[in-house]
Design a protein around this ligand. Structure first.
Ligand code: XIL
Length: 383
């Protein structure tokens, strides 16, 4: 878009666009309040927020002042928190042996959540990524045996879940075990290769032993894709038939602006047939293809005008897409019990290039924030 003459309508558009970027006033509802009768609204936090210290988050350095602002925003907007990294095996259990654990980050996360009356989610116990190589190495051979690896898994789950029993209410027990392509349900991973397909059932059983009251979640991405969703449904049905304690579906929802209300509605309708609560666990919505794989739907052709204070097309499309997703979550509010954003703001996001969150790097609400709040107000007027 090129503006050569400022006619009155264009001028009005400019003013509206600029106003929609202002920090929310005291009487703008917060995310957690807007959805309080429907579902929890959460956020993934890094150690800088949990411990309130300056430091690096996803390769970006946050100053003391920025972290203080991040902390204030988290406390203002969200009633649920997930540890973005600090409970992953490589951080909480970096080495073998009796001194192999490092609870500093996870303890800070739990303390932060409890102090702020937030619902705590633990992420994640068994995953193929961010797991140190020693976990899969054998004591006597190059690879661990099935028994060795099962015993390591049992010990890890009992220690971690046991330590936060009664405090962390939900655990992502198994993360991303489903294969993206092909006909195999399960991805090739050391867990599958060494233990076999029952590694999933065993992980859930160990977590249930460690905290019988915890809600145990299976978490994966790409469940908006019908083929991957069919695999999820087959996997969970088979676990249910075996009596495995799986209590909720975690759908990560790392999506882009091409993900519509209809896409999400269909995904939630089909997943709801499993009869389990659904948690949207890692929501973010990319609008730029800079540094990303091309998705076809994302074009930031108008980004050049953002410097002038205009709401560029990408941010508008993002707001519309976020609104569609939240309309779908509300339609399925009997099933959707939690919606977690994967990061506090665009600056600290793991997909920072896609500007995928509701707040910009200075914690100013983006058009997407206002769209999400408006969806809640629209719905409450109808109810
Ligand atoms: C990401 C974190 O956000 C990054 O900081 C880290 O470097 C890599 O992992 N699926 C998951 C999350 O389940 O744990 C991942 O988090 C994003 C994809």
């Amino acid at each position: 878009m090129r503006i050569s003459i400022l006619n009155p309508l264009t001028y009005l558009g400019l003013v509206l666009a600029v106003c929609s970027c202002a920090t929310p006033s005291a009487n703008t509802p917060t995310l957690k309040d807007a959805y309080k009768d429907q579902f929890l609204v959460g956020v993934a936090i890094s150690r800088t927020v949990a411990a309130n210290t300056a430091g690096e988050v996803n390769r970006v350095n946050r100053t003391k002042e920025q972290v203080e602002s991040d902390v204030a925003l988290v406390r203002q907007q969200f009633n649920q928190v997930t540890a973005e990294n600090d409970m992953k095996w490589e951080l909480i259990h970096p080495r073998p042996g009796p001194d192999g654990y490092d609870f500093a980050g996870a303890d800070a996360f739990v303390e932060f959540g409890l102090k702020n009356n937030m619902y705590l989610v633990g992420h994640t116990l068994v995953w193929h990524a961010q797991t140190p190589a020693w976990v899969f190495a054998g004591t006597d051979a190059s690879r661990a045996s099935r028994e060795e690896l099962l015993e390591r898994m049992r010990e890890h789950i009992h220690t971690v879940v046991g330590r936060y029993k009664g405090k962390v209410k939900v655990w992502d027990v198994v993360n991303e075990a489903i294969a993206d392509g092909g006909t195999n349900i399960l991805r090739r991973s050391p867990w599958l290769e060494i233990i076999g397909p029952d590694f999933i059932a065993r992980a859930f059983q160990f977590a249930h032993e460690a905290d019988p009251d915890a809600i145990l979640r299976y978490n994966d991405y790409g469940l908006e894709n019908p083929a991957k969703r069919r695999k999820l449904i087959a996997l969970i049905k088979s676990l249910q038939e075996q009596g495995v304690p799986v209590h909720a579906i975690g759908s990560q929802a790392h999506v882009n602006a091409g993900t519509t209300f209809e896409t999400m509605d269909r995904a939630l309708t089909e997943m709801a047939t499993l009869g389990l609560p659904i948690h949207i666990t890692e929501l973010d919505l990319n609008v730029s293809t800079r540094g990303q794989r091309s998705t076809g739907a994302d074009v930031s052709d108008n980004a050049s005008v953002t410097g002038g204070g205009l709401v560029d097309d990408a941010l508008k499309r993002q707001a519309e897409a976020y609104a569609g997703l939240f309309r779908a979550f509300l339609k399925h509010r009997a099933t959707v019990k939690m919606v977690t954003l994967w990061g506090v703001n665009d600056a600290v996001s793991w997909r920072a290039d896609g500007r995928p969150l509701l707040f910009d790097g200075d914690n100013r609400p983006k058009p997407a924030f206002e769209a999400v709040i408006n969806v809640a107000s629209e719905a409450s007027r109808k109810m």
